[in-house]
Design a protein around this ligand. Structure first.
Ligand code: TXE
Length: 478
């Protein structure tokens, strides 16, 4: 049964996909497992060479990929950035994975028993399943895939049914590197396809919402396979009294509304010190009003349409709920339908409370609710309220002051004197606190090493002991 795909700029269904059924998924999974035996036997250096070849193939398909991602998401410049970032990530893991694998494959170790030595082998999982969301369709399909390939795994990817247009051009790029085509494939489909895929793989890497992440985690547990779950967030930004209010407003705006706020590491709530609240809010409202929609011209402006029209309804409902409870909208606040697309101008709310949906549930839109605080202890308590703990930000007059507060926030990554920096770096390992995720870090060395099991080889170079050596007499020395 075909699935219609909506174009976020027109609101029209202008594409369809054919969700793969369980039998077809099993067939694809078997072929990838067959390919993985050869792939894992390659040296890490040889796998790195093939990843570089894939980067070159992606470059050759750049135009089709950008066009497909632009149709998928309704924005163009960030689609170019997605293609650039996948090429760079392929090259980076090709450069770094061989040494990292060698460093973590320790040579023999002596033990307390002179005749016994050990060594550890890294054994890659056979088939990794990747399930990805619609907000950065290519980036979030490949961020786990590339290190898994470098480790020697095969990978099966099921992107979101909301943004599937990039799959076919990417499959054409993969086909140009036969060694990679033997171990990497995309499948089109929806949640049911994703659920069926979990049954076929040895490790699942999921990026998406908390509710779905919980379902995937349960399926993985039932199948006795590990899961990396990268889920939603409600990232707070604390603006301390020593911060520059105008610069802080600029940072808060960009970190909240970039990609129309559809980024898990987006700032979703702001707490500002009373001492600078007035100039901060004045600057924030002025800058929010100056932001321009990418309409009608795709190639100008700051704020694209919602990628998924349903998200616009979720965001509007949260705004209306806050207003019904006494919140005030200082600018924005109403989703507009323009050319069939759903747009929301950057929206600033005050007189909000932490128990409102807008302050406690993931919004995933260009909305900046602001609470004024009197003491840093209050600000930290606000930041730590709720079930999430993806990331956070602290702005202050000095890095030291901001960092001292950052250490008190229960979040896996805290940006200091900036916001949403996890989108720009990959070196620092981070966990997801609370309901924002589960499993090993996708960033840092862990991003690669999580795709290995470890096998201990334990050598007896002397004589194996007979049963008699463990008799009562022998052990008690009688
Ligand atoms: O999520 P969904 P969406 C979060 C973001 C927002 C959400 C948006 O905060 O909440 O993801 O993405 C498949 N078994 N993050 O609406 O519904 C589905 O087909 C297996 C956080 O797409 O969770 C899609 O491919 N798979 C993140 C994928 O799951 C199932 C960054 C995600 O869908 C399934 C980006 C099932 N039962 C977005 N049901 C971060 N922290 O990095 C659905 N799917």
């Amino acid at each position: 049964m075909s699935l219609a795909v909506i174009n976020p700029r027109t609101g029209e269904a202008d594409y369809t996909i054919e969700p793969l059924d369980a039998a077809s998924i099993a067939r694809v999974a078997k072929a990838l497992r067959d390919g993985q035996r050869t792939w894992s036997a390659f040296t890490p250096e040889r796998r790195a060479d093939h990843l570089r070849s894939l980067a070159d193939a992606v470059e050759r398909h750049r135009q089709d990929l950008v066009a497909a991602l632009t149709a998928d998401t309704g924005r163009s410049a960030i689609s170019v950035i997605e293609v650039d970032s996948v090429i760079r990530t392929l090259q980076r893991w090709a450069r770094t994975a061989p040494d990292l694998i060698r460093q973590h494959q320790p040579s023999g170790n002596a033990t307390a028993i002179p005749s016994i030595t050990t060594s550890t082998r890294l054994v890659p999982y056979g088939l990794v399943g990747v399930i990805s969301p619609w907000n950065f369709p290519l980036t979030l399909s490949m961020i786990d895939t590339i290190p898994a390939l470098a480790a020697g795994c095969a990978v099966l990817i099921k992107p979101s049914e909301v943004t599937p247009r990039f799959i076919r051009p990417f499959m054409r790029a993969i086909a140009e590197v036969p060694e990679v085509a033997a171990v990497l494939s995309f499948i089109e489909g929806d949640g049911r396809t994703g659920a069926a895929m979990v049954e076929q793989v040895d490790f699942v890497a999921f990026t998406g919402s908390v509710p779905t992440g919980r379902k995937v985690g349960e399926s993985a547990a039932r199948a006795f396979i590990p899961a990396s779950l990268e889920l939603g967030g409600k990232d707070p930004m604390l603006v301390l009294a020593s911060a520059d209010p105008v610069k802080a407003a600029e940072t808060a705006l960009r970190a909240s509304v970039l990609n129309t706020g559809q980024a898990c590491q987006s700032i979703e709530r702001v707490y500002v010190a009373r001492e600078i609240a007035e100039p901060f809010l004045a600057a924030l409202v002025e800058k929010a009003r100056a932001a321009r929609l990418n309409f009608p011209d795709l190639h100008s402006g700051d704020i694209g349409p919602f990628i998924f029209a349903k998200q616009a309804q979720i965001v509007q409902a949260q705004i209306d709920d806050a207003v019904a409870q006494g919140a005030r909208v200082l600018t924005g606040g109403k989703v507009e339908t323009l050319g069939g697309g759903k747009y929301l101008r950057p929206t600033v709310l005050v007189d909000v409370t932490d128990d409102m949906m807008i302050m406690s549930e993931e919004t995933f839109g260009p909305v900046i609710p602001v609470i004024v605080f009197d003491t840093v202890d209050q600000a930290v308590a606000h930041a730590n309220a709720g079930v999430y703990g993806l990331s956070a930000a602290v702005l202050a007059g000095s890095i030291e002051e901001a960092e001292a507060v950052a250490r008190r926030i229960a979040a896996g990554a805290v940006s200091i004197n900036d916001g949403s920096l996890t989108g720009l770096v990959w070196e620092a390992e981070k966990s997801s606190f609370g309901h924002s995720g589960l499993g090993p870090s996708r960033m840092g060395d862990s991003g690669l090493l999580r795709f290995f099991r470890k096998q201990a080889i334990i050598r007896q170079s002397g004589s194996a002991l007979p049963l008699a050596a463990y008799s009562e007499e022998a052990l008690s020395g009688r």
